[in-house]
Design a protein around this ligand. Sequence first.
Ligand code: HEC
Length: 144
Amino acid sequence: MFLHTTGCVIAALILMAAPLLVSATANQAGGSLTAGARGPTEEGAELYRGYCAACHGAGGVGDGPVASALKTRPTNLTRLAATNRGIFPAQRVAMVLEFGVMVAAHGTTDMPTWGATFRAMGDDVLVRQRVAALTRHLQTLQVR
Ligand code: HEC
């Protein structure tokens, strides 16, 4: 009986810790493994390489290897500020990343929604952290 209960508690602890373990592994999977040596900007660049560059291109102009296979050309991410009167639309970018691109009724888009993907690897904190890191990275790509 005692052993049985202990087993349950341990199993429950492992279950509760699983998302943390997964997110820790996911955080490390991207590159440099030295804890604390990676700043937020670096995290954004890493996430960008892993999740975005295939379509949007390494430099963000929309020329990734997958781009030509898509119905819609991936947005040129270096011109988000230029096409918004010179102001980087940080809030819109964060919304698009978490909830997806707004499309006209019955329309579809090739741009994936990232909120659910990141949430599946961790929790709301991880989602916010990754969306913020990616948004900051996109800001560094803006042409003047
Ligand atoms: C499968 C290809 C693909 C991937 C991967 C992808 N995108 Fe996109 N993205 C697109 C396409 C296509 C559009 C244009 C959407 C449209 O107009 O329907 C787009 C549009 C956007 C936009 C512009 C939205 C707007 O307000 O007009 C942003 C910002 C963006 N992507 C950022 C990202 C980031 C950051 C990542 C990585 C986390 C990413 N994308 C990954 C294909 C992709």
